[in-house]
Design a protein around this ligand. Structure first.
Ligand code: ADP
Ligand code: ADP
Length: 235
């Protein structure tokens, strides 16, 4: 689903990624594990072209990603993001936040008027049910806890009906119990809907518990690749 070859990213003189090769299979739950500053965020942002690779090729769903607008539009439809700080709109209802995941699929006049087709409302409802927040649909999102906000983030990503979800440290701001709940919903999305999930984490215990496969990144290079059982404490 994702094929990365020779990916290098430089910020000025500083090389944040130093030649990454990586494949992600359809429906796979891949954990990218590494300390802060390893380049995990940069890797995800190169995949969805929030930042431009310095060198290397990225194929998504069999197509080389380029900077022409048709390629980027397709990429934005196929790839959804989840962020450490949730990036929800606090004053909007839970349902409206999830509906923003549908905006790319809506005619621009409708989205400008914030009139949502019935089909999109049904999709939003179904996604909220997946993260067990359907009963909070009408609440303002800033009344929710951190874990609930991240579940809204997951529902919004699912509403996009993506092939890939990129999750950048989705549980770094959450306590252990809430973290496991959030990661479980992400895992279910990948298992039940066949979505490829690439999830950046820095805690080895969550990587072991949730990763089907783990790629260790350190100082811009892949330094480990294997199943959860192969992960020793000194990675
Ligand atoms: P991680 O997600 O693993 O914490 P990042 O990808 O955020 O790592 O960062 C990797 C390295 O690149 C860090 O040293 C960081 O300071 C640097 N970096 C990230 N973004 C930028 C940027 N926009 N400009 C300059 N340096 C950056
Ligand atoms: P996080 O901890 O959530 O990964 P960071 O603090 O690493 O966030 O980065 C937040 C933002 O700052 C990102 O957009 C990243 O590109 C940018 N950034 C990170 N390190 C640097 C840096 N050394 N110089 C310039 N921008 C940076």
């Amino acid at each position: 689903m994702i094929k990365i070859r020779g990916l290098t990213k430089r910020y000025g003189e500083f090389e944040a990624l130093k030649g990454i090769d990586l494949d992600v299979a359809p429906g796979e739950f891949l954990v990218v594990l590494g300390p802060s500053g390893a380049g995990k965020s940069t890797l995800l942002r190169c995949i969805n072209r929030l930042c431009e690779p310095t060198r290397g090729d990225i194929h998504v769903d069999g197509q080389l990603v380029t900077d022409d607008s048709a390629s980027l539009r397709k990429l934005r439809r196929q790839v959804a993001m989840i962020f450490q700080h949730y990036n929800v709109v606090p004053r909007l209802s839970v349902q409206k936040n999830v509906l923003t995941g549908r905006l790319g699929a809506m005619p621009s006049l409708l989205s400008w008027l914030q009139v949502f087709p019935r089909k999109d409302i049904a999709i939003a409802h179904e996604c909220l049910k997946r993260v067990e927040l359907d009963e909070k649909a009408e609440l303002r999102t800033d009344t929710l806890s951190g874990g609930q906000k991240q579940r809204v983030g997951i529902a919004r990503a699912l509403a996009q009906q993506p092939k890939i979800i990129l999750a950048d440290e989705p549980v770094a701001s959450l306590d252990p119990k809430t973290s496991r709940t959030v990661l479980t919903y992400l895992q279910q999305a990948s298992r039940e809907l066949g979505i490829s999930v690439v999830c950046n984490l820095h805690q080895i215990e969550y990587a072991r518990e949730f990763g089907e496969r783990i790629v260790g990144v350190s100082a811009g290079r892949v330094v480990f690749e294997g199943g959860p059982d192969a992960l020793t404490d000194d990675v």
